[in-house]
Design a binder for this molecule. Structure first.
Ligand code: AMP
Ligand code: MG
Length: 330
C-alpha cells in the first residue's frame, strides 16, 4: 500500500510540476479587419474561450468594417443614415468625443479622403491638390451626428479603421474574462491586448517594432493587463516616384501625416482610447503630442521620430527597455 501511495504521490507531483513549467495554451489565428490576428489563451478551457473571442471579433467586423457591403458603417456611408447596434453607437459616440479632445487630429469622418488616396480599397493614387481641397471642403461643410440610436452622415463618410481593432481587442478580452480566463495575450496587427499576467505571474514583454527595420524591435515594454497599440507609417503605405504615402491622414491638410514621427505606441487599459490616440498623436507630432499627454492622466506613450530618436512618457520610464531614450516629463 505504501509503495502505491508513493507512486501516486510522485505522479501527482510530476503533473503539478508539468502544470507550472509549461502552462496549457491555445493559439487561435484569424484574419479579420484586414489584419492577421493571433489570440493566445492560457488555461484548461483555452480553446473554447479563444474561439468565443474570435467569434466576437468576426461579429464586430461584420458590423463595423467600411468595406463589408452590409456593415452598419457601409450602409451609413451609402444611405446617409443608419440605425446602430450598441457597438457601433458606442464607437461612433466615443469617436466624436475623441475628435473634440484631440482638436480634430483624430476624426471618424475621413473616409472620403482616405478612399481618395486609395487606402482601404487598395487602388492607391496621388490625387491632384484640387481634388484634395474639394474633398476637404466637403468634409468641413458636412456633419456626423448620433442621436437616439441612429447615425446621420451629411456630406461625410465614416471610417472607424483607427479605433475598431482596439475596441475589438478590448471586447475579445472581456469575452475571455467572462469565460474565466486569467491569462491571455491578443495580437491584432499593431494592437496588443493582454489579460491578467503571464501564467507564471510575471509581467508581459511587448516588443515595439523598429519603424526603420520591421523585423527588429527597438524596445520592449514590460506591462500587466493593458492595451499596447502602435500606429506607424510603415504599417500601410504605397510609393510613387520614390515618395512614400502613408495611411494616416492629417485632417488639417488632406495629405498623409508628415509630423516627424514614424511610430506612436500608446499604453492604457482602455483599448478604444489606445487605438484612437495612437493615430491622433501620430498626426500631432512630438511637441503637440507631448503637450496633449501633459493635459491628461489616462495613458502613457512611446514616440519614435523619423530620425529614430525614442521619447518615453514619464510613467513608462521604468517599463521600457531598449535603446537610449528621452523622458517626456509632466
Ligand atoms: P491606425 O492604424 O489605428 O493608426 O489607423 C489608421 C487608419 O484609420 C487608416 O488606415 C484610415 O482608415 C483611418 N485614418 C487615417 N487617418 C485618420 C485620422 N487622422 N483619424 C482617424 N482615422 C484615420
Ligand atoms: Mg489607431
Amino acid at each position: 500500500m505504501k509503495k502505491w501511495a508513493a507512486v501516486l504521490l510522485s505522479a501527482l507531483l510530476l503533473l503539478a510540476l508539468g502544470g507550472c513549467g509549461e502552462a496549457k495554451s491555445y493559439t487561435k489565428d484569424l484574419f479579420s479587419m484586414d489584419t492577421v490576428m493571433s489570440l493566445t489563451v492560457y488555461g484548461s478551457d483555452a480553446r473554447d474561450a479563444a474561439e468565443a473571442a474570435a467569434t466576437r471579433i468576426t461579429a464586430l467586423e461584420a458590423e463595423l468594417s467600411v468595406t463589408k457591403e452590409d456593415s452598419e458603417i457601409a450602409r451609413l456611408n451609402r444611405d446617409g443614415r443608419c440605425a446602430l447596434s450598441d457597438d457601433a453607437e458606442t464607437l461612433l459616440t466615443r469617436s466624436l468625443a475623441l475628435e473634440e479632445e484631440t482638436g480634430g487630429a483624430f476624426s471618424p469622418a475621413l473616409y472620403s479622403l482616405v478612399s481618395l488616396w486609395g487606402f482601404t480599397t487598395g487602388s492607391y493614387r496621388v490625387p491632384a491638390d484640387a481634388e484634395i481641397q474639394t474633398v476637404l471642403a466637403q468634409i468641413r461643410a458636412g456633419s456626423l451626428t448620433v442621436a437616439d440610436g441612429t447615425a446621420i452622415a451629411d456630406g461625410v463618410q465614416v471610417d472607424l479603421g483607427a479605433v475598431a481593432k482596439g475596441y475589438a481587442a478590448a471586447e475579445a478580452a472581456a469575452v475571455l474574462k467572462e469565460q474565466g480566463v486569467t491569462s491571455a495575450v491578443l495580437s491584432l496587427g499593431g494592437n496588443v491586448q493582454t489579460v491578467g499576467l503571464k501564467p507564471d505571474g510575471s509581467l508581459w514583454h511587448i516588443g515595439i517594432r523598429d519603424p526603420q527595420n520591421e523585423s527588429e524591435n527597438l524596445g520592449v515594454l514590460e506591462v500587466g493587463e493593458t492595451a499596447v497599440v502602435t500606429s506607424g507609417g510603415y504599417q500601410r503605405y504605397f510609393e510613387e516616384d520614390g515618395v512614400r504615402y502613408i495611411h494616416i491622414m492629417d485632417p488639417a491638410t488632406g495629405y498623409p501625416a508628415d509630423s516627424g514621427l514614424s511610430s506612436v505606441t500608446i499604453v492604457t487599459t482602455d483599448g478604444f482610447l489606445a487605438d484612437g490616440l495612437s493615430t491622433a498623436l501620430y498626426v500631432m507630432g512630438l511637441d503637440r503630442a507631448s503637450e496633449f499627454w501633459r493635459g491628461r492622466d489616462d495613458f502613457e506613450a512611446v514616440l519614435v521620430t523619423d530620425g529614430g530618436e525614442i521619447y518615453v512618457t514619464e510613467g513608462l520610464q521604468g517599463s521600457f527597455s531598449g535603446g537610449e531614450f528621452t523622458v517626456i516629463a509632466r
